[in-house]
Design a protein around this ligand. Sequence first.
Ligand SMILES: [Fe+2]
Ligand SMILES: [Fe+2]
Length: 129
Amino acid sequence: MNVHPAYSFFEKHWNDPKHDIHCSAVLKACLGMIQDTDLNPEVFIVAAWIHDMGKLRDKENHHVESMHYLDLFMQEYPQFRGIYDTVKDCIIHHRTHGTPQILYGQIFQVADKVALENKEWKAFKKAQK
Ligand SMILES: [Fe+2]
Ligand SMILES: [Fe+2]
């Protein structure tokens, strides 16, 4: 199986089991929304695995701190530079009070909330209690 570079990056720098489930749920919600469109799934794959990594630096400000990891990712995998601005809109504006400027960011912001209803996520949360 081919592992996406964004997932390799997530595994290498964080590999947190809780966020493995959360980010995967966010990604699935995005991919569900863009079915039968020409929207670029690569944007959501990169945004999903990186959007919460800023929690490693500062949880409160993690949407901004995650940009540090997006920049690192782009250094490691320059082939993704063409989608940098689009992924940035998704990451910076993903939180409740964010104001995404483009459809990609709007989809991503909703997906981050839909992910809370993901069945695997809910089972994980339940098992933690
Ligand atoms: Fe977040
Ligand atoms: Fe998130």
